[in-house]
Design a protein. Structure first.
Length: 343
């Protein structure tokens, strides 16, 4: 698991979601000056921001991470060693969580960001992007859903919530969360046994089961946003999923409701958790997506080497540094709310 020693904690007070912990990875001052690609991330249920931090520290993500700043949002009560949340305080809805993220950008003085969400976090990022079109340059949604919970999912989650509340972590709850994270029949795969055991151990030792129950319940009670996607999710969208993802059908349903001119989908065969099982492919697709937006253009496809050895920058940029070449050209981005879209 990733460590927090390279992260800077910022506490952001919001109106509807209380105090939000945001862990900054990278040089925030450069992000404020719009000299770094800035990602706003939200994690899945059964995890916290450290899962995404671990992904960003993989060698396949090295080039992106070295030239970017990440604002990792920790959903209330999901951090390591958390005490029980106030049972009398209402846990925020998915919509409230999405809407409060703009406060994070405001308090940290970030004008624009790319959203990156995983699972339940991708639903939150999508809601944020729909509500704040002028602040979002693009969204990367990993295993996203846009529909409300179906009957089977609803009953299953009710059982899991009861067990988390009454007896803490238990094999049934752990099995469900492993299924949610890794997909169908993954426990039969010998090469994933170690990762699953580590995941179960972390669930048992580090996540507060009653707080986890609140996040699971908020996800279970999510509203359907499918009908709004084509008109309100106006930024460029990259969806990444695995063929063994537990939410594959819901992911593809979301894709069909997005504006096809704005949305691309990457389906990776034979994996459930694309961040863990297909890191290289995920990192490459994220890099290509960012480059399509005008970010990280000095990086080669491998993500860890300069493009200068193979593809030269345009002639008018020959005298600028690689750091300047990585700086995004915001005017070329498709932000319809600002009226400066260029194609």
């Amino acid at each position: 698991m990733a460590e927090e020693k390279e992260l800077t904690l910022h506490l952001v007070k919001t109106g509807s979601c209380g105090e939000i912990e945001v862990f900054v990875q990278g040089d925030l001052d450069l992000a404020k000056k719009e000299e770094r690609c800035t990602f706003l991330t939200v994690h899945d249920i059964g995890s916290n921001h450290l899962d995404i931090v671990e992904f960003t520290k993989h060698v396949a993500m090295q080039g992106i991470t070295n030239r970017s700043v990440f604002l990792h949002v920790s959903i209330p009560g999901q951090n390591l060693g958390e005490q029980d949340l106030n049972p009398d305080a209402r846990f925020p809805t998915m919509q409230a969580l999405g809407e409060c993220l703009v406060t994070v950008l405001d308090k940290l003085e970030i004008k624009y960001a790319l959203g990156l969400g995983v699972g339940a976090g991708s639903n939150i990022i999508a809601r944020f992007a729909m509500k704040n079109q002028s602040r979002v340059l693009g969204t990367i949604l990993i295993h996203p859903t846009s529909t409300s919970a179906g009957m089977v999912e609803h009953v299953r989650d009710q059982i899991i919530n009861w067990k988390l509340e009454s007896v803490g972590h238990n094999p049934t709850a752990e099995q469900y969360l492993v299924f949610h994270k890794f997909g169908y029949q993954v426990e039969k795969a010998k090469d994933k046994t170690k990762a699953m055991n580590e995941y179960k151990e972390r669930l048992h030792n580090q996540l507060n089961p009653r707080n986890l129950k609140m996040y699971v319940e908020a996800f279970m009670n999510r509203t359907d946003i499918s009908h709004k996607l084509a008109s309100e999710l106006s930024c460029d969208i990259l969806i990444i999923t695995g063929s063994k993802s537990s939410f594959l059908h819901s992911v593809e349903t979301m894709y069909t409701h997005c504006n096809p001119a704005k949305c691309s989908i990457l389906r990776i065969d034979d994996v459930g958790d694309v961040m863990f099982e297909a890191t290289e492919s995920s990192a490459q697709s994220i890099l290509l997506f960012c480059q399509g937006l005008g970010y990280l253009t000095s990086l080669g496809i491998g993500g860890n080497r300069s493009r200068s050895g193979s593809i030269n920058p345009p002639e008018k940029h020959l005298n600028i540094s690689m750091a300047e070449y990585d700086k995004p050209n915001v005017k070329r981005l498709s932000l319809s709310a600002r009226g400066d879209s260029e194609h």
